[in-house]
Design a protein around this ligand. Sequence first.
Ligand code: ATP
Length: 509
Amino acid sequence: MSEDLFKKITSHAKEYGFIYPSSEIYDGLSAVYDYGPNGVLLKNNIKQYWWKAMVQLHENIVGIDAAIFMHPTVWKASGHTDAFNDPLIDNKDSKKRYRADQLVEEHLAKIEAKIDKEIRKARKRFGDAFDEAKFRAEHPRVQKYIAQIDEISRKLNDALARNDLPALKALIDELEIADPVSGTRNWTDVKQFNLMFQTQLGAVAGSAQHLYLRPETAQGIFVNFNNVLKTARVKIPFGIAQIGKAFRNEIIARQFIFRMREFEQMEMQFFVRPGTEMQWYETWKEKRMHWHRSLGFAADYYRFKDHEQLAHYANAATDIEFRFPFGFKELEGIHSRTDFDLRRHEEFSGRKMRYFDPETRENYIPYVIETSIGLDRMFLAVLSAAYTEEKLDDGSERTVLRIPAVLAPVQVAVLPLVKKDGLPEKAREIFDRLKWDYQVQYDEKDAIGRRYRRQDAIGTPYALTVDHQTLDDGTVTLRDRDSMHQERIPAAEIPHILQQRFNLKAWLG
Ligand code: ATP
């Protein structure tokens, strides 16, 4: 996995109409991106796949779509006005800005890399007899590195937990961390930087009310708790799901759509009886991992990473991390949020945010398990796991996106072998029949081999080719993107075959 692969994915995404830099004719806008014709199809399919898994398949989960603007007191109650900060630091020579905690984390990653190097060397030397666990536990240099990592992590977590900015700066000085651009250690002090974008409501100067673009979708769910409870006939345990835009003025955003300033979240808040939250936390960890794995990428793309340092509202938290081309990073967060948000909204609004259980006659503020995944990050995960360059038997090469069929932007391509002899008309007939149920692309330009490559490059899982035999016996060839295997099937069976391949139950069941 390399930077190189990441660059290739980024340029492929642009070349094939998945993702463009925003306002590109004006040289783009940092960390803001637009989705192109294939991108919007893939993105919508990911949304659908999530929505169906969460809402349609759970009787006790309903959806909402709350506004991006919310009353400013929401963000006081949620803690964002005071605490949604990142520690930033500037290098006085390069004038570049960094997240202070990430500088330390990058330093830690370098020590990790040294350990990996020792292990690789030893494995080469000892071959099959190599025992990694024993080596880690006994090798003096590795032991020294591990001790360093522990010590630095402890200091970092401690400084973050206490919000101690001078301690964070002292740690950067102590580790002699240099700016990767200027190479100097000429740093400013560490400052807190609030990540919320501010705007204002109302046109009259002076009377304008300051608003924020929401930094997460979750609060739209919490403030609607009573509305949903009254109108949706739900009983605890139940969930509220939402897909929507969120905005964060990220200090550094240099990883394509991994970290954006405007992005989309798919969140679900599951309301449970206090005391049962750990059991539901485990259930949702399992369900969400099942959803990811249902797409068919290898198991070693995913891992759980429990949080050592819990947010002020959480009593348990884990991330589902994905192996991106630049390493394992958070894709989805699963948090047990206690009753923090509802309780705070009760305090700030003066309205009761409670559930009355008609059976036990208890009245309580529910506890919440949250699952929160970035749609754009999921898009990047799919794209990077799908991107494959292959050498074929005949010596040629192809680039293929092995996007899970259920998410593919174009599901079927319909291709007449040649642009004459009545083949285009026959192919159009098939196209017209299928377009009601599938995203189909008709293509008659260029040699058939080039058309297959074009479909491979955008991840179309199936291609139907109409040739002269079709006119004689009504059969077509069905080509599979991944195996490139072709089989002849009666045209009349196409709807049935496609129905089986795209069947949601077969994917998610
Ligand atoms: P990170 O540590 O990467 O900044 P976070 O822990 O702040 O993420 P959460 O607040 O838990 O993220 O948000 C839930 C999900 O929203 C994340 O798992 C991620 O997929 C997505 N997300 C968060 N920030 C961004 C961003 N700037 N761009 C794209 N997706 C994001």
